[in-house]
Design a protein around this ligand. Structure first.
Ligand SMILES: Cc1cc2nc3c(=O)[nH]c(=O)nc-3n(C[C@H](O)[C@H](O)[C@H](O)COP(=O)(O)OP(=O)(O)OC[C@H]3O[C@@H](n4cnc5c(N)ncnc54)[C@H](O)[C@@H]3O)c2cc1C
Length: 497
């Protein structure tokens, strides 16, 4: 292993006892979560290892089909990203191997076959979904060292001393550590060395790489041929590092100033829209934070004392402070829970006060009770809720101001809180482009009381869990255009599942 790596040791974990095989042909980067070439500590680490061993790096990006919620929508976004990754690898002199698993060409055995020729395998540390399970299983099948590297956020997940139960305590932790953490950035332009890796011919013969045509003009045909959920159709939004980077720049240059004021008003279109790109790793949180700080001419001398204040810590504009709070506190709080194994899909893992109050009110009569299908098809009596659900189904996203209401109403109109939890997870992860993320589970758990406190007055169904109403949301938020766009009359949904 590199004696003095630029990648902080808290970001690196070895998953097996395999050796680093000096006679291997390449260092394999098994890209499974942070699907990008820029600003990626895992790729940086693979390149460092390659330099040490005088071997090239092979970037291997597979796309499986057998995971829960695999759909045309999620696949299309990843395929877009592969096009950009192919171009970036070419630009930086890296060999890239995109592989799309098909029913007739299963990916079983591919990683082991590639690893047989590798000095070591480096992969992404992503604490959610099927990835940790898949990597644990791979650890015993890979004959060389398998190392995971955390490139998820600005603070290494393993550097946190514990599970944080409130945003306030996590904010203090972030403020204490962030200035030092900013000094260690992943490479914005990775430097390849020792030529381009060669993919063994026997591997390519059995598991052909996805072609440029399949990823672009032939994408529809490719998707059709895969055993995935075809009802969840692709959205207009293009995936990949290039589209994500453009969105990021547009946000920082045009929306940042108004973010604090306007982010809760769907009509004002003030948020970044970056969550799908952050989820698939097409854009890094490092780059987002870096561009905000550069734009705002950040000066570390102006940073305040770490007292956990929501505003004023950075010495920046209110817009910048507000978005940094979302990205560094709320997003990384979700990764903190996931890293320490808090399984948010389990009702038992909610805070005790929330479980107790929700259980005490589980049998309360409901004004309305909807089935999963009724929710999915936006067939409730509430036009605001239906509009949010339509946005989810048609665009793969819900504006945050309505996402909270969306969850609260599912709790209110489900037969019990456990069913509400299941419904939220299923709808969010099936339809949202940013679903299946630590943020998904943290957001859903927030609806049920996590990271919140008891609120009075005690209400039916909710007990002391925070309540939200569509009437007050409509009063307080600018949503007229939103309702026109996603309302009943908008004619969305023809053909939706
Ligand atoms: C019920 C429910 C479900 C949610 N499901 C998801 C999900 O599946 N995936 C997801 O990424 N987020 C989820 N969130 C959090 C939040 O709604 C989204 O991150 C945000 O709306 C994304 O839009 P944006 O990228 O324009 O955000 P911006 O406002 O532009 O914020 C920039 C980034 O900061 C982070 N961020 C912003 N708000 C939050 C928040 N409340 N919690 C955590 N991180 C935040 C995100 O990474 C976001 O992309 C959920 C929230 C709730 C209440």
């Amino acid at each position: 292993m590199p004696a003095s790596s630029r990648v902080p040791s808290t970001r690196i974990a070895t998953l097996n006892d395999g050796p680093v095989e000096k006679s291997g042909r390449y260092v394999l980067y098994w890209m499974v979560a942070n699907r990008r070439i820029h600003d990626n500590f895992a790729l940086d680490y693979a390149l460092e290892l390659g330099r040490l061993l005088q071997r090239p790096v092979l970037v291997f990006e597979p796309l499986r089909h057998g995971y829960r919620w695999a759909s045309d929508r999620l696949h299309a976004f990843v395929l877009d990203g592969m096009v950009d990754n192919a171009a970036d690898c070419k630009r930086y002199g890296l060999r890239y191997y995109p592989f799309v698993e098909r029913a007739d060409v299963p990916g079983t055995g591919l990683l082991a076959a590639l690893a047989e020729h590798a000095c070591a395998v480096v992969t992404d540390d992503f604490p959610c979904g099927f990835i940790p399970r898949m990597q644990r299983a791979a650890a015993s099948r890979v004959p060389v060292s398998l190392i995971k590297v955390d490139s998820n956020g600005l603070l290494p997940m393993a550097a946190a001393p514990r599970v944080f139960k409130t945003a306030a305590s996590f904010r203090r932790h972030v403020q204490r550590s962030i200035v030092d953490a900013l000094l260690v950035q992943p490479n914005a332009r990775p430097k390849a060395a020792h030529g381009r890796a060669t993919i063994p011919a026997v591997v390519l013969e059995k598991w052909p790489a996805a072609t440029q045509k399949e990823l672009t003009s032939g994408r529809e045909k490719l998707l059709e041929s895969l055993p995935i959920d075809h009802d969840v159709v692709p959205v207009e939004l293009r995936g990949g590092a290039s589209a994500g980077g453009e969105l990021l720049t547009r946000f920082v240059t045009a929306r940042l100033q108004g973010y604090a004021e306007d982010r809760n008003h769907p009509d004002r279109d003030a948020t970044s829209g970056l969550s799908p790109y952050l989820h698939f790793g097409h854009v890094s949180a490092h780059r987002l934070v870096r561009e905000i700080l550069t734009r705002e001419e950040f000066d570390p001398q102006r940073v305040g004392a770490p007292r956990g204040q929501r505003e004023g810590f950075w010495g920046l504009s209110t817009g910048a402070e507000a978005v940094l709070d979302q990205v560094l506190v709320w997003r990384e709080l979700a990764f903190n829970a996931a890293h320490f194994g808090v399984a948010a899909e389990r009702f038992e893992q909610l805070p005790e006060w929330a479980r107790t109050t929700l259980t005490a009110h589980a049998a309360d009569p409901r004004t309305h009770v909807y089935t999963h299908k009724q929710f999915e098809q936006a067939q409730t009596h509430d036009p605001v809720w239906n509009a949010a659900q339509r946005q989810l189904v048609t665009e793969g996203i819900i504006h945050n101001a309505l996402r909270m209401l969306w969850g609260k109403k599912i709790l209110e109109w489900s037969p019990d809180p456990v069913t509400a939890l299941e419904t939220m997870i299923e709808l969010n992860n099936r339809w949202a482009l940013d679903g299946r993320d630590p943020n998904s589970y943290a957001g859903i758990a927030w609806v049920l009381g996590r990271y919140d406190r008891p609120w009075g007055p005690r209400r039916p169904v909710f007990g002391t869990v925070r309540f939200m109403s569509s009437a007050s949301t409509s009063r307080k938020r600018r949503i007229r255009e939103y309702l026109a766009r996603y309302g009943e009359q908008a004619g969305l949904f023809d053909g939706a599942a």
